[in-house]
Design a protein around this ligand. Structure first.
Ligand SMILES: [Fe+2]
Ligand SMILES: [Fe+2]
Length: 343
């Protein structure tokens, strides 16, 4: 998964000061030529590769976005990982293990893509573990019952797909290529969630009530995953110019709502928005107002599970130290053996 805290500043963000430095000195002729070549490449929809020249602000924006995306994938493992030992059947357990493993894999592709921009895995993990780096806010809410696991698949992964498909056409090659595989796996995540909910909706009245309750709790938070409204997203235009962002926050949110309303009907749940109705003139669904104060409070560390998620993540990293040490020792041994054989 996921999105969309991606374009919120990290606490340690220095993009602004870098920008100020850049205007302090007029660019040299060589820099102007490099910039023109970069602009032409982006305009022609060609990919920018790690060894190509790129503007410093483009590099910094990508490092921030890709690392926030990677953090979201691995923190996203936690709310569902919590349910692996409590899945209601062997089949559901196997599916959930596969999904959570996929999310770990997504994190790894994305950390690797960010590393090609000259930042190390350790730096990115330090920023996450010290609380400086952001990740998608949706994971700071609890998964209270089994229906939540289905709703996370259907709505959270569904919103992630909507956000991530345009990233397959991102101007930065390694990010775009990582997203192609990620999106294929996300579509399995979305479908397994929806199917689990369909089964529950064919069950008892209590099971149906659980699904409705989970939808009620997650719906608005999923709409907020697409990020602030376009007129409150000052960096969006630059992201579009660079070919990083292809579709605006509001347009993506609208696409998600339009796709999800018919799915909710088939499922037999009500989306908790009294203002949600088809607008014949616009040929889209209208919707009610999103609570952005709650969104920003959670992004800024005050959601119900922020502290717990970070503590679990840091503990998992520390508990895994022996694995990293063993892997390094094994690699050193292999290298020595190869050298001895060559001698
Ligand atoms: Fe993912
Ligand atoms: Fe996913």
């Amino acid at each position: 998964m996921y999105t969309q805290s991606f374009n919120v500043p990290d606490t340690s963000d220095d993009t602004k000061s870098a920008g100020l430095k850049a205007v302090a000195r007029p660019p040299t002729e060589a820099e102007t030529a490099l910039q023109a070549r970069f602009d032409a490449k982006v305009d022609a929809d060609e990919k920018v590769e790690p060894k190509d020249w790129m503007p410093e602000a483009y590099r910094k924006t990508l490092v921030r976005q890709i690392s926030q995306h990677a953090h979201s994938e691995i923190v996203g493992m936690l709310p569902e990982g919590n349910w692996i030992s409590r899945a209601p059947s062997l089949k559901r357990k196997a599916i959930l293990i596969a999904k959570v493993q996929d999310e770990g894999g997504h994190g790894l592709y994305l950390y690797s893509a960010a590393e090609t921009l000259g930042t190390s895995r350790d730096q990115m993990l330090d920023a996450l573990h010290s609380g400086k780096a952001k990740y998608s806010s949706i994971f700071n809410y609890p998964t209270l019952n089994w229906a939540d696991v289905g709703v996370v698949g259907w709505l959270v992964d569904g919103a992630a797909i909507m956000n991530q498909i345009p990233l397959c056409r991102c101007s930065y090659g390694p990010y775009a290529r990582a997203m192609i595989r990620v999106c294929k796996e996300e579509s399995f995540h979305q479908r397994q969630g929806y199917e689990a909910l369909l089964v529950m909706m064919r069950g008892t009245a209590e099971q149906r009530a659980m699904v409705q309750d989970a939808v009620n709790r997650f719906w608005w938070k999923c709409l907020a995953m697409f990020g602030p409204p376009d007129n409150d997203s000052p960096h969006s235009a630059q992201g579009m110019r660079w070919g990083i962002k292809r579709i605006s926050n509001d347009d993506l949110r609208q696409k998600f709502i339009d796709a999800t309303v018919p799915q909710a009907k088939v499922l037999g749940v009500t989306l908790p928005d009294p203002d949600l109705r088809w607008n014949e003139e616009r040929q889209h669904y209208d919707h009610g107002a999103i609570d952005w104060d709650e969104f920003w409070a959670t992004v800024n560390g005050n959601g119900p599970c922020n502290k717990e998620r970070l503590a679990t993540r840091v503990k998992a990293h520390n508990d895994g130290q022996w694995v990293r040490d063993a892997a390094m020792a094994h690699a050193r041994k292999q290298q020595q053996r190869t050298l001895q054989e060559a001698a």
